[in-house]
Design a protein. Structure first.
Lengths: 306, 305
């Protein structure tokens, strides 16, 4: 098989999701909630990994795209009313597509250039999304969007998480996808070999934004409430920490970090006020000592990028 | 908006813009020598404001309330403290990464920034509550025709202009300034010519951080509420100002700062637009990146192998 890793992920994930959703009524609601949080975190971290890890760009606005997808999907569900349940996949998809479209408009001006412009533009973009959400009456303005129906369950979350992991690993491991790694390794060399670096960067960014939008839709129908301040740049930083901790460009490591960083804070509530300080120290120390992240601790054999 | 209001807004805008310009100088100088965005710069600004907050009562005890000499002392000591902090950050976090990919340094800078912000927000350190900034100088109102402006509105541009002139002298005329320009032009060649690159980079951080501290105090004099995240917004605007003017270009940073300060102040005065005030600087950034990515005063360069 050409892509044993990716197919295995997809199969395991979907099987797990279907299996779990049968039993979801018998679970403790609290643990069920954490389970869904984990699935959403996996989608966010893996999609950001395509931008920050595989392609070597640096986006700080992933929460912004999550907000775009979440607000749009929730708005559609509220407009549809009674039919919303059947149309849930459509509203999720619409949220993802709008996030991708916004990603295209933000990505094109900043990705044409070399250097750190993407970081600052996406940081600002997150801020703009917050300002817009705060001033738009249709999505509840500053008081937030309330009364979103609860459609997200374990099945949808892990099914879509598996699709995300599969799509991104398959994309990166395809012939076309080698271009992402080339852009990451050496932009000048890639360009001299006839690779359109801008196009690859934009494709990575738009794909990542799309999945962030999907994650946002799941999040909206899980929490049933969206506040403009919930998608500030600390949320983006949280996703960035997952990618860095897991190891940029290491899908398995990133998934592990997403699970760890979602579950651990639930058990360490007493340390909540130190959480962000620890995240910050973690970023600095990892960069100084282990830029490959946790995955690089287990350098047994490096197959592909899976 | 009539003529009088326009002039009033222009004065406010230039005051705010000159503070942005001071901060932007720090970003652009560091970018010049090391080619990365020093995200922690905006937190040095906050630390400068807090240094002044704690110094002011001490100075008041020694020299009496709101004396001019006391205010100058507060500025100088806070700037010195922040210069040391800036150099320390460079030494601990950035110097070990000198030969690593730029992305690694950028991520570290974000980590340093978050570390300072959240450590200061902890109740054991500074706490996240907003504190009121002490009045360093007596506040007087001046009236020229129908225009009214306070003494702070005059002090801010005055201090900024003096510092900008001093900066110009340091960078263009002094020996260490020549070395700074050499390092930013070509680090390797500069080191071969006997320029102590590490010391120059350290000096650049110190200088930029001192300017950030002074900008932080001036900013707090205009809007006297300080808290550990106060540096984030002016820091972002100042960075955008540096890009708009052409990153790495000192006069460009000043031009960009003034431009953003004025546009933002005018947008704040227009009903309907005022809610989107925070978004204006980013709108400008996107436009510049689309149409003149090298910045207003920057020259387009091609990266060579």
């Amino acid at each position: 098989m050409p892509l044993p890793g990716a197919k295995r992920w997809l199969f395991t994930g979907i099987a797990l999701a279907v299996l779990l959703s049968f039993f979801s009524d018998s679970f403790n609601r609290y643990y069920l909630g954490i389970g869904i949080d984990v699935g959403i975190a996996i989608i966010l971290a893996v999609s950001l990994n395509l931008i920050n890890g595989h392609t070597g760009q640096f986006s700080l606005g992933h929460a912004g795209f999550m907000a775009v997808g979440g607000y749009f999907a929730a708005w559609i569900s509220l407009q549809l009313g009674a039919n919303a349940k059947a149309m849930f996949p459509v509203s999720l998809l619409a949220g993802g597509l709008l996030a991708a479209l916004v990603g295209l408009t933000v990505g094109v001006p900043s990705l044409r250039l070399r250097g750190d412009y993407l970081a600052i533009v996406t940081l600002g973009f997150g801020e703009i999304i917050r300002v817009i959400a705060q001033n738009t009456e249709a999505v509840g303005a500053a008081s937030g969007l309330k009364g979103i129906p609860k459609f997200t369950n374990l099945g949808w979350t892990f099914g879509l998480a598996a699709v995300t992991v599969y799509t991104i690993t398959a994309l990166v491991n395809s012939t076309y996808g080698r271009g992402f790694l080339a852009v990451h390794d050496d932009e000048i060399a890639a360009e001299s070999s006839g690779i359109s670096t801008t196009r690859y960067k934009v494709v990575a960014f738009v794909t990542g934004s799309f999945f962030a939008g999907i994650a946002g839709g799941l999040y909206a129908h899980h929490k049933q409430f969206l506040a403009p301040t919930g998608f500030d740049w600390l949320k983006s930083v949280e996703i960035v920490v997952m990618v860095i901790l897991g190891g940029m460009g290491r899908t398995a490591g990133v998934i592990g970090a997403a699970i760890l960083l979602t579950v651990l804070p639930e058990f360490l509530r007493d340390f909540a006020e130190y959480r962000m300080i620890i995240y910050a120290l973690l970023i600095i120390l990892l960069m100084l000592l282990r830029p490959g992240g946790l995955a690089s601790l287990l350098t047994l054999k490096r197959r592909s990028t899976v | 908006m009539d003529f009088q209001q326009t002039v009033q807004q222009l004065i406010n805008g230039l005051g705010l813009g000159s503070i942005y310009a001071l901060i932007a100088l720090g970003y652009t100088m560091v970018y010049g020598v090391l080619r990365f965005i020093n995200f922690a710069h905006s937190d040095v600004l906050m630390l400068g404001a807090f240094a002044a907050f704690f110094l002011a009562p001490l100075v008041e005890k020694m020299l009496g309330p709101q004396s001019v000499f006391g205010a100058v002392m507060v500025f100088i000591v806070a700037a010195a403290v922040c210069a040391c902090i800036g150099m320390l950050i460079e030494y601990l976090a950035y110097r070990p990464l000198r030969n690593r990919p730029k992305l690694t340094v950028l991520i570290t800078a974000i980590g340093v920034s978050l570390f300072i912000e959240f450590t200061c927000q902890n109740d054991a350190v500074l706490g996240s509550a907003t504190r009121s900034f002490p009045r360093l100088l007596p506040e007087k109102q001046f009236q020229a025709g129908k225009l009214i402006f306070g003494s702070t509105d005059l002090i801010v541009p005055l201090v900024t202009m003096t510092l900008l002139a001093a900066m110009w002298l340091i960078v263009q005329k002094s020996k260490i300034g020549t070395a700074m320009r050499a390092v930013s032009f070509n680090q390797q060649a500069a080191s071969l010519m006997g320029v102590p690159v590490n010391r120059i980079i350290s000096f650049t951080f110190g200088l930029g951080s001192a300017l950030a501290a002074i900008a932080g105090i001036l900013y707090s004099m205009k809007a006297p509420g300080i808290e550990p995240l106060m540096g984030v917004q002016p820091g972002l605007r100042a960075f955008i100002a540096a890009v708009v003017g052409g990153i790495g270009n000192l006069p460009g940073a000043v031009l960009g700062g003034l431009l953003i300060g004025v546009l933002e102040t005018f947008a704040g005065g227009i009903p309907g637009l005022s809610n989107y005030r925070d978004a204006i600087a980013f709108g400008i950034l996107i436009l510049i990146l689309l149409f003149k990515p090298a910045g207003l005063l920057g020259r387009a360069t091609i990266e060579k192998v």
